[in-house]
Design a protein around this ligand. Structure first.
Ligand code: ARG
Length: 461
């Protein structure tokens, strides 16, 4: 007879290739702590409901405690022949305490066990990511406060559009990251129901107390449908989706770091600690960390897509396909965590060339909108007409190869006689930015207030 735990009806053991394709221990050993926690909660419940004797239950709990220590100190031996983390731990339990170890699996299945372990893992990961995102937000908000009055060109189509405060630009990322936290929290709230006790798919005839195990493991309640409990991987998909969006945000900031640190821009001075040199060009300083964040975004999106594809064809309830949910997810979420750490490290020490930023902010006739707005406000010109007049003045400046505020009053009056000397008040980038006091606008006073609000909020969190 096969020596496998499920080998009762099998004559021979599996082919070596079968063992290789079937085993998940290589990656699901990452669920070891969650698996022990789930087993302890299950064992205690079996004792409290009288399904398991106190004597056997205590022996199991002692054995699990020892296993937990072995896992923590790295002495636990994982075996591929034992397939997965659940059977590795159960086998070790029986090694330690003898046949009573075989009673732990009463009224549960690996199907509800793995769903429980994975939910616990994802929940811990969300909590960790939450903290990391808040750390990055704090760095960005603090920098925004320091740079509320630092001006840079704001871009649309990567063309100089209107001058903005650098602090304002950074706070845009703080907003994006806040939505990321919101999405992760939504996923966390929805996943926090315990599948444990759904057993293989149909529930169990033993008088288990699923509310007890749910409570012990910090879940809000047990799940309500045993079939759904073992076939649901929405919680992974939601977390990966939220993670992929967050990574996309990091990737956009990374792209800006690459662009802003390039010599034609020269806005950012890459910190030594987060850049590399070239093996051939001694003058080079490369934004490798930013580039890798940008690239690793593909990894997250890829793993999200892979799991969607794994799940889309599965009938209820559990299929072994679902074992493929873990490896990519671990890698994806580890990547996100690493990228959050790298981005935080980079932005914490990023130096800027404020002069280069301000001087580029004056290019591209960036205060043309201010000129048009002035015509509307002071000259009572309809905006469309003001837009047209401004276009002609921009053309004039273009032919004279000068900035708008370098044009003479006379030359502007040749385009439209309603223009007076007051126009110069609105043509500088400082006045342009200072005037944008509308809610959410880029005026430094707004930016300071917003950055302060964020820092207060983040301090309390
Ligand atoms: N290693 C499996 C997984 O990760 C555990 C569940 C196996 N259940 C089963 N009936 N074969 O999905």
């Amino acid at each position: 007879m096969s020596q496998k735990m499920w080998g009762g009806r099998f004559g021979d053991g599996p082919d070596d290739i079968m063992e290789e394709i079937n085993a998940s221990i290589g990656f699901d050993k990452q669920l070891a702590h969650q698996d022990v926690a789930g087993s302890m909660a299950h064992c205690q419940m079996l004792m409290d409901t009288g399904i398991l004797s106190q004597e056997d239950g205590k022996a199991i709990l002692n054995g699990l405690n020892q296993i937990e220590k072995e896992i923590s100190d790295g002495t636990f031996t994982f075996s591929r022949a034992l397939e997965d983390i659940h059977m590795n731990i159960e086998a070790r339990l029986s090694d330690i305490i003898g046949p009573a170890g075989g009673r732990l699996h009463t009224a549960r299945s690996r199907n509800d066990q793995v769903a429980t372990d994975f939910k616990l893992y994802i929940r811990d990961t969300i909590d960790h990511l939450h903290q990391q995102i808040q750390n990055l937000q704090t760095i960005l908000a603090q920098t925004a406060l320091n740079h509320a009055e630092t001006l840079m060109p704001g871009f649309t189509h990567l063309q100089i559009a209107q001058p903005v405060s650098y602090g304002h630009h950074l706070l845009a990322y703080v907003e994006m990251l806040e939505r990321d936290i919101g999405r992760l929290q939504d996923a966390r709230a929805r996943l926090n129901q315990s599948p444990l006790g759904a057993a293989a798919l149909a529930g169990t005839s033993f008088p288990i107390d699923r509310h007890q195990t749910a409570k012990t493991l910090g879940f809000d309640k047990p799940t309500d449908n045993s079939i759904d409990s073992v076939s649901d991987r929405d919680f992974v998909l939601e977390t990966l989706s939220a993670g992929a969006i967050c990574m996309t945000h990091l990737s956009r900031l990374a792209e800006e770091i690459v662009v802003f640190a390039s010599s034609p821009f020269g806005f950012f001075i890459l910190p030594d600690a987060f850049s590399t040199g070239s093996s051939i060009m001694p003058q080079k300083r490369n934004p490798d960390a930013a580039e890798l964040i940008r690239a690793k975004t593909g990894n997250l999106i890829g793993h999200l897509t892979a799991l969607l594809v794994v799940m889309k064809g599965l009938p209820l309830a559990y299929s072994k396909d679902m074992q493929e949910d873990k490896k990519g997810t671990f890698e994806a979420l580890d990547n996100l965590s690493l990228c959050l750490a790298a981005m935080s490290g980079m932005m914490q020490v990023m130096e800027i060339n404020a002069e280069a930023m301000a001087s580029r902010a004056q290019e591209g006739f960036s205060t043309a909108t201010d000129l048009a707005d002035w015509l509307v406000r002071v000259g009572n010109v309809p905006f469309r007409e003001a837009h047209h007049i401004t276009g002609q003045i921009v053309q004039l400046a273009e032919t004279k190869a000068c900035r708008l505020d370098e044009l003479s009053l006379e030359s502007m009056q040749e385009v439209d006689t309603r223009i007076t000397a007051d126009i110069f008040d609105v043509l500088s980038i400082n006045s342009s930015v200072a005037s944008r006091t509308s809610h959410g606008g880029t005026a430094p006073e707004n930016v300071k207030a917003a950055a302060q609000l964020w820092l207060e909020k983040l301090n309390k969190a």
